[in-house]
Structures are given as structure tokens and as C-alpha cells.
Design a protein. Structure first.
Length: 876
């Protein structure tokens, strides 16, 4: 049908034949012009008819090509490959997600449209072409084409009129979407009719900007699509949604619902149908009673709990992200529409539920509150002990969304605090729950939060970052110059968070983070502020606020003790294994400790053991000044109370550490400061607390326990205390009355089996120093048995030689403290019987090494003389 698009060769042939005939016979064609007329091109009718025909042909060929490609695409989609069932399922899910992402349905729906367009264009072109040749035939073709077009238009209109019309086409779906947008735009124009001109002008000016940004967004989207790799994580939520939308098996729905809280749900993922299915399945677990009250069906509890938790998880998350109530509606895709939704009750039906199951009652009440916004009339306390911790762990994620929404946050702050206080206790929950609790703490302290962090269900790797943020916010919210009439909400919550955060800081890796922020000293200063206000400025606080202040002071000091601890404490429930170090207080060692003694006195009066434990541990790291002399009797009474055998091992060891730290100050007191009766009680308490450590944990079989090193350190502190008593007239005679000399000899005997260098040598050194001091008084002689003399003297000089190697500032006090009595006792033993000492080459080397290092420094002349005498005795 393309003959009209080029010159007709028949015309030129006829003209040439006429010219030949005229040449043969001049009498023919006398009046004809034998020049070929110029061809002016096809007419307009021929051009558009031929254009329609070729467009129809091209569309048909493209539709055929698309059909072949579509068949290949579908074959690729159906091909899963090899691997596990889980892997094949995930690959299929990724392919399904890609179909929606790349609008695969729209592409395939365009292929039939090409055929329909081709048929229409061919009919129009054929009718127009035949009209110029045969009107009757043309009318038949035109009539057939018109009938087909009218029929197609009618089914499109029918599909637009009714959603359930079976004659749905891609055109009807697109027209319906356009119509809805037109209606919304028309309604918006009616509301803004007074500013229509300004809106139009803004719209006109916005067109270039929209075009540029749209092109940029389109290019970025294409680049992202081409470079993105679908990971396993982002396929979990679509897989679960597909199961919820398509399955009618209650067991499958229950299993899928149980997985809902464990995966991350992208904000742009439509979960309307999944929410509807979860709601209907949850309500379907109940049956009507005689009075139309819901009653849990038999064997439906697991399904109800799983679906209820999944529904709340998705509903609360979507409500927070959309900043508006979530309307439970069916999906736009009828393929996934639940069939049983219409016959079920609404959530209002749960108002009449009466359940003895606290878990199920909690879910029902929470659904009523969140869906119907009944937070004021039906308050739910998450501090209820009947609610299990497993539910609170699940709730730790949804409550973040409730706290981040301003309209719901005021109902959830108290509940969030209950969750944090209940979950952050030893043993700690999983890391993801810890991260949720820390994020909730940050929201309570008015921290801004990134919405992407709220959605994530895998926050465990960001615990340190969240912890640093919370600790900094606490420092800003509370400060140091604090008063008891706190009005700021964040300050009140910060005080409440001290105790649960201390449980998190029990973990060494988290404790180091708090230490780097200076939290140990901050906690001590905070506790001091409360104590000073309560005891010294009572006019600044009401009586009912004082007890709260003491609670806050206890929490602050416990928080400080936890963050200042170095290393890991032993099991607190084991009486023989507990040890605790808090040697990292940086600014409070030389600060006044009078307030802490007042703190100890108050909690001694009320017998608060945990508060006394923290106070004694803190006191062990502080220096006592002369201003606290008058408070020493009450302090010693508190230590006697704490070291009683019936008290907890943790408290007894803490009091012992405090006694060790204050040994020199206590030894400097006289009879005017302390009574002999009080000193005797303290001596007896000290003997009771060290009774178990003297044997170094040695069992009946003679084998040392794994805690022998810890016992050795405790014995060394004990000997330090006894050595300080030898220099005090107030305390020295208690060494004999309290059984301490016998304890020293038992420790010396056990040194034969206890070999931990250099701890064993230090123990021997102080045993020698104590015995030498007592023998020098003249009341007792030969306190050390002959069989122990050589052992103790050898190990003592090994310890002195080791200490003399240290810088002078570190070892000078130790050398002056113990070297003089050691040298004197060694001289006595060598002069009495050299075989008791067993002078060996190694022993000589240690004595000479000590002398050499003393001569290099500004040593005391008396001490040098004593050591030289020892050298002369061992070398002759």
C-alpha cells in the first residue's frame, strides 16, 4: 500500500510509448505534449493514511518483540537455581521485590496496549484508504472498527464505575488513579480559592525547579537501582508480609507474626493488609460468651499473643512514623485482601474482655489504648511484676516510637522508666534490648533521635555511642550545684536512671566508657551535694524530700563506685571469691571526707548495708584529714558493724579495705580520741574478717584454691594494718590480745606453700617488720620460730632488693618503714646463730644489691650503717 508515496512508473511508460508511435507515424497524437509532467509528491491524504499503516505495523512488531522478551523475563523469574530452601526463598523474594521496584507489571501491561493501538490505527487507515476506492467496502471496515472502539470504551467506563467489574484493564486502573488525583486537587483548590492567583504564580515559578530536581532524582534513582545489591536483611520484612497477606493457615500466620518484632520494617513498605490480617487473626482467637463478652478459645493463646505483639509492633511504629492514626483498611490489591475481615468484631469488642492471664490482658489493654487512644482512661503500668520481662524486652522497641511522638510521650515516660528499671539489672538482657533501653533513656532526657535509629531492630553495635550520649545528657541535666526541689523533668529522670545505668556499667567495656567521661568523680560530687544539703542546709528542703534525697545520694555513690572499679569483681554471692577495686577516683582523693563520714553514720543508723558498702569502698580511696578526728568513733563503730560475721561478704570486704586505707590515721590517734573498749572491738572485728584468708584458700588436701592470690593480697593489707599498730601506743597491745600474732605466724607457716612472686616476699617482709618491732619493745623475745627464720629473712630481703630498684619517690617510704627493723632483726639472728639465716650466695647478692642502691640515693645514715653491718656479717 505504499505505491502512492513514489512517482507512478506507468505514467512515464505510457508517455514514452506515445512518443515512439508519434515518431513512426507523425499523424498520431498531434496535439499531445510528450514531456513528462513533474511529480509533486503524494497528497496529504495518502501521507497520513500511509503513516497510520506503518505506525500500526511498527507497533505490532514491537508488541511481538516485547512478548518474546516477556517470555524470557518470566522464565528468568521462575528459575530459582540450586541451594537451600531458605536461600531459594530469599532469592525468589528478591526477584519479587525487584518486579515491583522496576514496575514489571506496567511494562507487561503495555504490550497488549501496543497491539490494541496497532489494531485501531490499522482499521482507521484501511477505512480511509478504501473510502477513496470503494465506499461500500470502506463502510463495512469503518463500521467494524468503530464497533470495536466503542466496545473497548464501554468496558473501560464500566471498570471505572465499579471496582468489582470483571472487565478491568490497565487503562481503567490508570484513569481511576488520575481521577482520584483530580478530585483531591479540586478539593484543595476549593479550600484555597482566596489565594488561587498567588498559588498559581508560585506553581509557575516552581515548574523549572521541579523539572531540574525531578531529573536529578530520576538519575539518582536509576544509578541506585543499577548499583544496589539486595541483602538478606531487607528481604525479611517483605517475606513476612507476603506470608501474612496470602496465608490462611493459622499456624503459618502465628509463625510469621512471631517474626515481626525481629526484623526491620522499611517506612515505605505498605503493611496495611498485614495489619488487618494480624488484627483479624487476633480477634478470631476469641469467641463470644453468653453475654457477648470475648473469651479466649481453646488452644489459641500462643496465636493470640504472637499476633497481638506483632500487631502492636507494626501499628505503633507506623503511627509514630506517619504522625497520625493508622486506619486499618484493606489493601488496594484485591489479590491480597483478607476474606474473613468483614465477619469479625472490631477492637472495641476487647473492652469487655476479662482475662486472668496477665500477658494476654496486657496485650488487650495496650491494643485498646493505642488503637482507640484510651491512654488517659485506661492507664497501664509496665512496672507491674505480673508482666514478664520477656514482654518488656519486646516492648522496649515499640515504646521508643511512643516516646518520640509528642502526643503520646507524656503517657509513656513513666512506663519507659519502668521498663528501663526492670530490664537493666544483672544479668543484663541481650545487647539489642540494652540499646533500646539506652535510647529510651536518651528520649527521657530530651535527646533528639534519628528516625532511622528508631526503625532499626539491630542496635546492639551502637551501645557505646548511645551510652556516651546518655551519660553526657545526665551531666547536663543534673549538674553539680543541685537543690532538692527539682522541677526540670530531665533532671528527675536523670536521677532515676542512675541505678539502671550502673547495672550496664558492670560490664568492663562499658565501664571504661563512663570512666573516660569522668563519671566516677561526678557521681561522688553529686552524692556530696545531696548530703551537704540534707545535713547542713535543712532549711532548703521539705522533710518529705529528704528521704528522696538520701535515695538519690545512694544511687549517685553506687554509680560512682561501679564506674571507678577496675577489672572484674568476683561472684558477689561467693563468700570466698569476692574482691573489688575502685582505684580510679581522680579528683576526690585529697578532698574533704567529712561529708562521707556523715553519710556512713546515717546509713549505719538505718543499717543500710549496700549504701555502707559503697561508702566504705569510696572511703578507701580518700585521705582522712585532721578535721575528721572527732568523727572517728562513729566511723570505727560503723566498720565494726560492717565486719560482723553475719554481714554480707561484700560489706565485710569493703569495710576491711576502708580500715586498711585509714590505718595510718587511726594509728595516729591517742587515748583521748578513742576508748580502749572501742579499739578492742575493732581488733576483734578485724580478726574475724581475715580469718578465712590466712590459709590462702588451702583445702584439706593441701592444694591452694584459684583465689589464693586474692587471699594473699588481703593478708598483705592485714599485715600493713598490724604494722601500723606497732607504732601506736593505743593499738600495740591489741596485737597480743586479739590473736593477731598467732595469725601472723600462721601466715608465715603457709608461705612454704604459697609461692607467688613478689607477693610472697612482701608478706615475709612485713611479718619480719612486725615481729622485729615487737621484739624491740623488750616485752617478748624470739617471736619467730627457728624453723621460719631462714624462710622469712630470705624472702624479706628479696622484697627489699626488689623495692630498692624502684624510683626513690615510690619506694622511699617503704624502705624507711620496714628496712630498719628488718636489718636489726637480721643482725640479731646472724649474731645469735648464723645457721638460722642460712647465708647463701643469693642472699648475699640481695643484701649487696640493696646497699648499692641505697648508696646511690639520699639514704638515712642510720639505715646505711645497719645495712653495712648486715653486709659485713654475711661476707665474713
Amino acid at each position: 500500500m505504499h505505491q502512492n508515496l513514489a512517482p507512478d512508473p506507468t505514467t512515464e511508460t505510457n508517455m514514452l510509448l506515445k512518443k515512439l508511435i508519434h515518431t513512426v507515424n507523425n499523424s498520431t497524437f498531434l496535439d499531445d505534449n510528450f514531456d513528462t509532467p513533474p511529480w509533486t509528491g503524494p497528497g496529504s491524504t495518502e501521507i497520513w493514511v500511509q503513516s497510520l499503516i506503518y505506525v500500526s505495523l511498527s507497533a505490532s512488531l514491537l508488541a511481538a518483540l516485547g512478548a518474546m522478551l516477556g517470555k524470557q523475563w518470566l522464565n528468568h523469574f521462575q528459575h530459582v537455581g540450586h541451594g537451600t530452601v531458605d536461600g531459594r526463598g530469599r532469592r525468589r523474594q528478591r526477584k519479587l521485590d525487584a518486579l515491583y521496584a522496576w514496575h514489571f507489571n506496567a511494562v507487561l501491561e503495555g504490550l497488549p496496549i501496543l497491539l490494541q493501538l496497532s489494531l485501531l490505527l490499522f482499521g482507521v487507515a484501511l477505512g480511509a484508504n478504501l473510502w477513496t476506492e470503494q465506499r461500500m467496502v470502506a463502510c463495512i471496515v469503518i463500521g467494524t472498527t468503530t464497533s470495536g472502539a466503542v466496545f473497548y470504551a464501554l468496558i473501560v467506563v464500566a471498570a471505572l464505575i465499579s471496582d468489582v467489574c470483571p472487565f478491568q484493564t490497565p487503562a481503567s486502573n490508570r484513569l481511576r488513579s488520575i481521577g482520584q488525583r483530580v478530585v483531591r486537587f479540586h478539593n484543595a483548590l476549593q479550600k484555597r480559592n482566596q489565594t488561587i492567583l498567588s498559588s498559581f504564580l508560585r506553581f509557575v515559578g516552581y515548574i523549572p525547579y521541579t523539572i531540574i530536581t525531578s531529573l536529578h532524582s530520576f538519575a539518582s534513582c536509576i544509578s541506585h537501582r543499577l548499583s544496589s545489591q539486595y541483602t538478606i536483611t531487607n528481604t525479611d520484612a517483605p517475606c513476612i508480609r507476603w506470608l501474612l497477606e496470602t496465608s490462611d493457615d493459622p499456624d503459618v500466620i502465628t509463625t510469621a507474626a512471631s517474626l515481626v518484632p525481629e526484623v526491620e520494617w522499611p517506612p515505605d513498605l505498605d503493611v496495611s493488609c498485614a495489619l488487618l490480617r494480624l488484627r483479624d487473626t487476633f480477634l478470631n482467637c476469641f469467641e463470644n460468651t453468653q453475654y457477648d463478652q470475648p473469651k479466649l478459645s481453646d488452644f489459641s493463646r500462643d496465636c493470640a499473643i504472637a499476633c497481638g505483639k506483632a500487631f502492636l509492633h507494626l501499628y505503633i511504629e507506623r503511627r509514630s512514623l506517619d504522625a497520625r492514626p493508622v486506619f486499618l483498611r484493606a489493601t488496594h490489591d484485591p489479590e491480597f485482601a483478607p476474606t474473613s475481615s468483614s465477619r469479625l468484631h472490631d477492637v472495641h469488642w476487647l473492652t469487655w474482655t476479662r482475662q486472668n492471664d496477665p500477658e494476654l490482658s496486657f496485650i488487650c489493654d495496650l491494643i485498646l489504648e493505642t488503637v482507640l487512644d484510651l491512654g488517659v482512661s485506661t492507664p497501664i503500668s509496665l512496672g507491674n511484676p505480673k508482666i514478664p520481662n520477656t514482654f518488656l524486652m519486646w516492648m522496649s522497641h515499640p515504646l521508643l516510637h511512643c516516646l518520640s511522638a509528642d502526643q503520646y510521650a507524656r503517657f509513656w515516660r513513666r512506663r519507659a522508666l519502668d521498663v528501663v528499671e526492670r530490664l537493666l539489672v544483672p544479668p543484663l538482657p541481650p545487647t539489642n534490648v540494652i540499646a533500646n533501653c539506652l535510647m529510651a533513656a536518651g528520649l527521657l532526657l530530651d535527646q533528639p533521635v534519628d528516625p532511622s535509629q528508631l526503625i532499626s531492630t539491630h542496635k546492639g553495635s551502637s551501645i557505646k555511642t548511645l551510652l556516651v550520649s546518655v551519660l553526657k545528657s545526665m551531666q547536663q541535666a543534673i549538674g553539680i550545684d543541685i537543690h532538692l526541689e527539682l522541677r526540670e523533668r530531665s533532671s528527675l529522670y536523670a536521677l532515676k536512671l542512675l541505678q539502671p545505668l550502673a547495672a550496664v556499667l558492670e560490664v568492663e567495656q562499658f565501664r571504661q566508657t563512663a570512666y573516660d567521661l569522668g563519671m566516677p568523680d561526678w557521681g561522688v560530687r553529686l552524692c556530696q551535694s545531696f548530703v551537704d544539703i540534707v545535713l547542713h542546709h535543712p532549711e532548703l528542703c521539705r522533710p518529705e524530700a529528704r528521704e528522696k534525697a538520701w535515695v538519690a545520694a545512694r544511687d549517685a555513690l553506687h554509680f560512682s563506685v561501679i564506674t571507678a572499679r577496675s577489672g572484674d569483681s568476683g561472684p558477689a554471692d561467693d563468700q570466698t571469691a569476692y574482691t573489688e577495686e575502685i582505684s580510679r577516683l581522680r579528683t576526690t582523693r585529697n578532698a574533704g571526707c567529712g561529708w562521707l563520714l556523715d553519710y556512713i553514720r546515717h546509713h549505719h543508723l538505718i543499717s543500710h548495708q549496700s549504701a555502707l558498702t559503697d561508702a566504705f569502698l569510696t572511703m578507701s580511696e580518700m585521705n582522712i584529714d585532721a578535721a575528721c578526728r572527732e568523727k572517728m568513733p562513729t566511723y570505727i563503730n560503723a566498720m565494726i558493724f560492717a565486719m560482723a560475721p553475719e554481714k554480707s561478704p561484700r560489706l565485710r570486704k569493703a569495710a576491711f579495705r576502708a580500715a586498711y586505707s585509714s590505718r595510718n590515721f587511726l594509728a595516729s590517734l591517742d587515748i583521748n580520741s578513742l576508748s580502749q573498749d572501742l579499739c578492742a572491738q575493732f581488733s576483734a572485728a578485724l580478726s574475724s574478717v581475715t580469718g578465712d584468708s590466712i590459709s590462702f584458700g588451702q583445702g584439706e588436701d593441701g592444694i591452694l584454691s584459684e583465689y589464693s592470690s586474692m587471699y594473699g593480697k588481703q593478708n598483705l593489707r592485714y599485715l600493713h594494718i598490724l604494722f601500723s599498730w606497732t607504732q601506736s601506743k593505743l593499738w600495740s597491745h591489741h596485737l597480743y590480745d586479739g590473736g593477731h600474732l598467732e595469725a601472723c605466724l600462721l601466715i608465715a607457716q603457709n608461705l612454704r606453700y604459697f609461692e607467688i612472686y613478689p607477693l610472697t616476699e612482701h608478706l615475709a617482709l612485713y611479718i619480719i617488720a612486725i615481729m622485729a618491732r615487737l621484739q624491740s619493745e623488750g616485752e617478748h623475745g624470739n617471736l619467730i620460730p627457728n624453723d621460719l627464720c631462714g624462710l622469712l629473712v630470705h624472702k624479706a630481703w628479696a622484697s627489699v632488693a626488689l623495692r630498692s630498684l624502684k624510683p626513690l619517690k615510690l619506694s622511699e617510704s617503704v624502705i624507711h618503714e620496714v628496712l630498719e627493723p628488718l636489718a636489726e632483726l637480721t643482725i640479731q639472728l646472724l649474731k645469735r646463730d648464723a645457721e638460722l639465716v642460712d647465708v647463701t650466695s643469693e642472699f648475699k647478692s640481695r643484701v649487696l644489691q640493696t646497699l648499692h642502691h641505697l648508696e646511690q640515693g639520699p639514704a638515712d645514715s642510720v639505715m646505711l650503717s645497719l645495712v653495712k653491718n648486715v653486709v659485713s656479717l654475711v661476707t665474713t
